[in-house]
Design a protein around this ligand. Structure first.
Ligand code: NAD
Length: 469
């Protein structure tokens, strides 16, 4: 499947100098990504350090104006960016997928441009006064995953630039082209050195995280890598924002009109074919509505179009890489072997391509099964029966992860009461994973620390300074 992507000319290198990046669905080569060296990384950090003071000195108004120009350019190139993203990541153009992700890049960039972080007066008594002012930290290292590569990079880059920082971006090795294309658009508007992408092996990420000239690491990825970033920060004392893995639980309360919520429940689980940090990964359903919930999800799973992303009818795609495919297959096979009921899917969809896995709904499964306890990060949802709400809350909270959670009920007070008891950075009611650029987002427990978006997100990439008089 081919579709011209002219921005590839600016971001790819000859075959002899790069690494082949496959179309996630067909495995056919899209182009070759540069393989940067540690010397390239050193140069990028040094350029960032040199360029940062002048960038900060431009002031908020001018930086905001530039970010608006970037956002407009992202919109102007949206279709081409979406086609590239769809091919490299695998997500279809339609549904909450590639076009949606590229659109979100412009929205979050504009929001970073428009959000204001005012100085805060924290003490006043007579003539005494203390206030907190927010300036740039310096150089931010942005390390991202492969599931929402453009959008998550924007979450890291746009607020950092807004606050006057320079940024060195290290994309996932699985999706470098999407991030290089994004950075190419930003750099049509930014001064030299303010933003550089360095693509390469894991060593690039670990060296960036530990570098003495890096002041902050924005990291989104797995919990094990997050722990390594924390260790690296012992040396450079880089500030950290860690958006790590999730194993989000949803609880469907008794008396819920399941039919009315079925599509939202489905997309809560299967957004980006399940490869989403804050997706529903364990669904606890009250016995009284269990069978109808399982049936409704299974019906949607059997009928939702899956296939190559550039085909306009599809809304579900492949797993992005072999490793993730193997994880999903293992977890579903384990569940089957342990006696769980596979109600929909449960097998690869090999006729579509090597990394497609059928949307899978697994019933009669409980805590202790690997599909419940581990993050599947793919199109397979375990649905767990419960009879006592307190017990469901306890099981939802038993995970070491605490990114998101959701409660589903037509009784607003009952839903709110449960929401207050769930341990998560965000608890949604009758939705899961919906994000808003003005509403802070971040995890608790092993899902990380620090918040992104809105004024809280700007503070996370700012150096606070108290002026006391
Ligand atoms: P990963 O941890 O394997 O990789 C993330 C990034 O870290 C990649 O760019 C990788 O090259 C880099 N990296 C690897 N080792 C490193 C090291 N030692 N030092 C510095 N950088 C290093 O994660 P992934 O497989 O790309 O992403 C999937 C995971 O990310 C899932 O667990 C998912 O839940 C999580 N995730 C979380 C969020 C969130 O907002 N909380 C969003 C998306 C994904």
């Amino acid at each position: 499947m081919t579709s011209a992507i002219s921005i590839l000319d600016a971001i790819t290198v000859p075959q002899s100098a790069g690494r082949a990046i496959p179309d996630a669905a067909t495995r056919e080569t899209i182009g070759h990504a540069p393989v940067h060296t540690l010397a390239d990384l050193e140069e990028a950090i040094a350029s960032a350090r040199t360029a940062q003071p002048a960038w900060e000195a431009l002031g908020h108004g001018e930086r905001s104006r530039i970010l608006h120009a970037v956002a407009d350019d992202l919109d102007a190139n949206a279709e081409e960016l979406a086609v590239l993203l769809s091919r490299e990541q695998g997500k279809p153009l339609n549904g909450p997928n590639a076009r949606f992700e590229v659109g979100a890049c412009a929205v979050w960039t504009r929001n970073a441009a428009d959000t204001v972080l005012e100085p805060e007066v924290v003490f006043e008594a007579g003539t005494a006064r203390a206030d907190v002012h927010y300036g740039a930290l310096g150089v931010v290292g942005a390390i991202g995953p492969w599931n929402w590569p453009m959008m998550i990079s924007v979450w890291q880059i746009a607020p950092s630039l807004r606050m006057g920082n320079a940024v060195v971006v290290k994309p996932s090795g699985f999706t470098p082209l999407s991030v290089l294309a994004l950075v190419e658009i930003f750099n049509r508007h930014l001064p030299d050195g303010v933003l550089t992408a360095v693509t390469g092996d894991r060593e690039i990420g670990s060296t960036l995280a530990a570098h003495p000239d890096v002041d902050k690491i924005m990291f989104t990825g797995s919990t094990p890598t997050g722990r390594k970033i924390v260790e690296a920060s012992a040396n450079n004392l880089a500030r950290l924002t860690l958006e790590l893995g999730g194993n989000d639980a949803g609880i469907v309360l008794p008396g819920t009109n399941v039919a009315a919520h079925a599509e939202d429940l489905f997309w809560g689980c299967f957004i980006n074919t399940g490869q989403t940090c804050a997706a529903l990964k364990r669904l606890y359903v009250h016995d009284s509505v269990y069978d109808e919930t399982v049936d409704a999800l299974a019906q949607l799973a059997r009928t939702m179009p899956m296939g190559h992303g550039l085909e306009e009818t599809n809304v579900l795609g492949p797993l992005q890489n072999q490793n993730q495919f193997d994880i999903v297959q293992r977890l579903v096979d384990d569940a089957r072997a342990a006696g769980a009921r596979i109600v929909a899917g449960g097998e690869a969809a090999a006729h579509l391509g090597p990394l497609f896995y059928q949307p899978t709904v697994v019933a009669d499964i409980t805590d202790g099964a690997s599909l419940v306890d581990e993050e599947q990060f793919g199109p397979a949802i375990p649905v767990i029966r419960y009879t006592d709400v307190d017990d469901a809350i306890a099981r939802a909270n038993a995970s070491e992860q605490g990114l998101g959670a959701s409660v589903w009920s037509d009784d607003p007070e009952a839903a709110l009461a449960v929401a207050h008891r769930l341990q998560a950075g965000t608890v949604w009611i009758n939705q899961h994973g919906a994000l808003n650029p003005q509403v802070p987002f971040g995890g608790t427990k092993a899902s990380g620390y620090g918040q992104e978006f809105g004024a809280a997100g700007l503070k996370a990439v700012a150096a606070p300074k108290v002026i006391s008089r």
